[in-house]
Design a protein around this ligand. Sequence first.
Ligand SMILES: Cc1cc2nc3c(=O)[nH]c(=O)nc-3n(C[C@H](O)[C@H](O)[C@H](O)COP(=O)(O)OP(=O)(O)OC[C@H]3O[C@@H](n4cnc5c(N)ncnc54)[C@H](O)[C@@H]3O)c2cc1C
Length: 461
Amino acid sequence: MTQQHNTHAIVIGGSLAGLWTARVLSDHFDRVTILERDQFPEGAAHRPGTPQDKHIHILLERGATIMNKLFPGIGEELLAAGASHIDLTLEARTKMRGHWMPRFASGRKSYACSRILLESMIRSRVAGLPNVMLRGGARVQGLVTQGERIIGVRVRWREDGEEHFESADFVVDASGRGSKTPHWLAALGYAQPEETVIDARLGYASRHYRAPQGTSFDWHTLGVGQYAPDQTRAGLIFTAEDGHWMVLLAGIMGDYPPTEPDAFNAFAKEIDPKFYAALQSAEPISNIVGYRRTENRWRHYERLERWPDRFVVIGDATCGFNPIYGQGMTVAAIAAEALDKAFRRARGRIDGVGQRYQNDYAKVADPAWLLSASTDLEWLGQSSATKPAERFAGWYMPKLLDTVVFDRTVHLAFIGVINLSEPVTSLFRPTIVARVLRHWWQTRKQQDSAEMTSASVPLHA
Ligand SMILES: Cc1cc2nc3c(=O)[nH]c(=O)nc-3n(C[C@H](O)[C@H](O)[C@H](O)COP(=O)(O)OP(=O)(O)OC[C@H]3O[C@@H](n4cnc5c(N)ncnc54)[C@H](O)[C@@H]3O)c2cc1C
């Protein structure tokens, strides 16, 4: 607990990063207020501030573990509401790098349900905390400082259109990719953060379908992945909590999936025959919604020399990932856990936690960044890498992914890492590297001998 009395923390943004963070801060502050510009809907419903909630979301194993720790019993509540807790290696049928993957139990489970269900259940748990208040219709307009310390925020309330000052002992910006912190800091005389952007120009188009009646499928999820350099199109069919299918088409390198029905179908047809056949057996029941703001974008607040005390930026507001890898909610959960640790280490002191934490945040985001960026670099080319680790991962990851398809040991290691449960370094263990390089070498030898054979065939043969 804090040494001061009646301490108050403000969290800007009431989406996933804001909710995880508010839960954690409720253990360290007397009061926590979430300020969200949207009015919160009743139950599981869409709201404008989270346009991504119309698209498939999966909570990876590490995020699921943290969720169950922060909100004991919530996993069962989700299952009772129709969510699935699935081993994607077993219950998904997945085509990766042009091959249908072997199915086996990896022991790693993710939560699969609509994003609106997940967010509403977490929100209702947070709303039930005695010292947390959720306030909708509150658009934060700026930060307020005293000396080098943040002492609150300026808020415009929807109900009266007036701007008010809300005081706080600690402020967290969890306002997503559109965060105004760079401008707010500039207005207070602070430097703007450097940004790293890796943009493979991926687009989403999603539609709901009524699953075919009387036909049973041996999968919960059917997915076909992109495969550089030619297969720019990917598709995913995912069984939501109401039994309907959520269908996602994705295209990379500017091959954006269309939102007009005939063109949507034509795009789907080019993904894979099995995928297309499944889609054709189902009945569309919604319009098609597109999404294109998918670049990996890191605002490097950790590099700023001057930083206002008692303030942190968390979630997509700091580091947003290409969503196709399903990492954002889990990274935000890991970041909230790290903030909890930072306050525990500080033993009741608030001063200094913010700046130290912003450095911790970089360590939290780095593994997910490396996975996401290196996979996109296969499309963009190594010259788009911004640091040596990215360049090396960009060279190694495609070889690892080629091996995953055929080698269960490498596959298992990979599944642990992409679930953010195991460190990325585990993909560089000597046993894994040896398997990857052996597979790469054998494939090259086969390709070379195939080329030599075709080159030596006489033209008139
Ligand atoms: C298409 C798509 C698919 C995705 N799929 C997955 C997935 O499968 N798995 C996964 O883990 N992640 C996925 N993500 C990422 C995930 O949605 C985010 O990482 C997650 O929501 C955490 O984001 P956030 O809370 O930081 O920001 P956001 O979710 O963007 O929320 C920001 C919140 O701040 C509010 N806000 C903004 N400005 C203000 C202001 N000035 N004052 C008050 N409130 C404000 C907004 O209204 C909003 O509620 C996906 C993202 C997209 C775009």
